[in-house]
Design a protein around this ligand. Structure first.
Ligand SMILES: [Zn+2]
Length: 92
């Protein structure tokens, strides 16, 4: 789902499967397109939290690459699974 679609549907959050700038695979806020995972980290403002998050993110980056390549996908429940659909859409 794109941010535009989310806006049209009046949703506060949407999920476009694309990693955020720090490679979270998380929902985005419709209001600003921001990653919902990023916000708690920024609010905490703790370097250790960030370092810990980065470890998670590195794992996420691998997953993101797999998703990008079309080998894995995130289902409706946010669970990672091998890509079952062959008719994946190529979004610009
Ligand atoms: Zn993020």
């Amino acid at each position: 789902m794109t941010r535009k679609e989310a806006k049209e549907r009046g949703l506060t959050r949407y999920f476009n499967r694309k990693p955020c700038p720090v490679v979270h695979i998380a929902e985005r806020k419709t209001v600003n397109g921001g990653c919902v995972e990023c916000r708690p980290i920024h609010n905490a403002g703790k370097a250790r939290e960030l370092a810990k998050a980065r470890d998670e993110i590195l794992r996420g980056a691998v997953i993101a690459a797999l998703i990008e390549a079309g080998w894995m996908e995130i289902d409706e429940n946010g669970e990672l699974r091998p890509c079952a659909t062959t008719n994946r859409k190529n979004q610009g």
